[in-house]
Design a binder for this molecule. Structure first.
Ligand SMILES: [Fe+2]
Length: 388
């Protein structure tokens, strides 16, 4: 279900000046507008309504059930104020790595060594030659005295793009052999990998040690026991962000994303909603000019044919090689206008949370993200699972 009134308004295409966008936003009583720009592609000016949306666990549960996004503005404001020192340290860490410092070396120094000792023992650090985006992987064992309680946990630092003018990077925490292990089956190691995140980035507690959020998420998920696993700490830098994608993975139900520094702008909706809007946009002849500027006739013909039935479109979204669709989803200002007008836009600021259900490949929340500041921000992206 799309929301009735859009909270984030698409003001104008990318070609107007900042002054024009400001005047336009002021006229409509909106907050300061921001330009959506990612790796050289600008998609337009948007601005947020000054009033915050209300937060309700039952409405959130319904959105979750429908695989739609749900935002909790200001939900962790209070918790966040206690972590400002940790956040400043994390931003310093990101900056040092962006400038070429070795992650393992930094983790062996204060404040990281104090926080990981004695519960975690660093084993090794390496760089996977086959993964061009990887910066460094640091391996740890969780120990209790002389006893190893969880082996081969890791923190993997990676770039988010190959562009020189996008310094965005992330730290992912998990364990074992990437892609080979059924991580969801090993709750013990999942638990310790999560603890390692808390040790290196203590600001994680705004999600992982938050009884108010636990109660809320119990209602949303309809479960009594839950855990935040497969954690990622994102540092989205100017010009960075993520193209439209989903985060479905076996063993978790979705993602809880909290912004702790800087702001991000999102389009987020269920796969069903996205398919509705792709079809509506293509079938509207007034959009043909926008498609003409985006792709040639052959590609347009493929776009029209492969989006004509739900089954085909559903599958095409999951394929790697789907260039005409990828252009529409990531590079078409008119399509972004369309999605914002349908109410799928969010601006997620420090203290805000956004919920992204990821039940299955057909029932999941698709989303695209932009850094909207002229400095890097920090956010927590934790998968959530029920424990039976
Ligand atoms: Fe995602």
């Amino acid at each position: 279900m799309p929301k009735a009134t859009p909270h984030v308004i698409y003001i104008a295409g990318p070609d107007i000046s900042a002054d024009q966008a400001n005047a336009n936003a002021q006229q409509q009583g909106l907050k300061q507008p921001v330009l959506l720009k990612r790796r050289g592609t600008t998609l337009g000016w948007v601005a947020e309504h000054p009033e915050q949306n209300s937060i309700d666990a039952n409405t959130a549960a319904m959105a979750w059930h429908n695989s739609a996004a749900y935002a909790l503005p200001g939900y962790v404001d209070t918790e966040l104020s206690q972590h400002q020192t940790n956040i400043r340290q994390a931003l310093g860490l990101m900056e040092a790595i962006a400038e070429g410092a070795e992650v393992a070396e930094l983790f062996e120094q204060a404040p990281y060594s104090e926080r990981t000792t004695p519960q975690f023992e660093m084993l090794a650090s390496f760089q996977d030659e086959g993964d061009a985006q990887e910066i460094e992987t640091i391996e740890y064992d969780a120990v209790d005295g002389d006893e190893v309680v969880a082996e081969n946990l890791w923190c993997k630092a990676s770039w988010l793009s190959f562009e020189d003018d996008d310094a965005s990077l992330r730290f992912r925490f998990s364990f074992g052999m990437v892609g080979y292990e059924d991580v969801a089956a090993d709750l013990q190691r999942q638990h310790y990998a999560a603890q390692l995140t808390d040790a290196i980035f203590p600001e994680s507690a705004v999600i992982s040690n938050n009884s108010k959020l636990d109660t809320f998420m119990q209602t949303v998920l309809g479960t009594e026991k839950l855990a935040y696993v497969e954690r990622i700490i994102y540092f989205n830098a100017p010009n960075g962000g993520a193209q439209f994608h989903q985060d479905v993975e076996r063993g978790h139900l979705g993602v809880v994303f909290a912004q702790v520094h800087g702001s991000t702008c999102w389009l987020a909706c269920s796969k069903t909603q996205l398919m509705d809007e792709v079809q509506a946009f293509i079938n509207d002849s007034s959009n043909s000019e926008s498609l003409d500027t985006l792709m040639n006739e052959t590609m347009q013909a493929e776009l029209k044919s492969k989006t004509s039935t739900r089954e085909q479109l559903n599958e095409w979204l999951d394929e790697r090689d789907n260039e005409p669709l990828e252009l529409l989803l990531n590079r078409c200002p008119a399509f972004y206008r369309h999605l914002f007008e349908k109410g799928y836009g969010y601006i997620i600021s420090p203290g805000d949370i956004i919920l992204l259900p990821q039940k299955s490949i057909d029932e999941c929340c698709w989303h695209t993200v932009f850094c909207i500041d002229d400095f890097p921000g920090e956010s927590l992206s934790f998968a959530i699972r029920a424990i039976v």
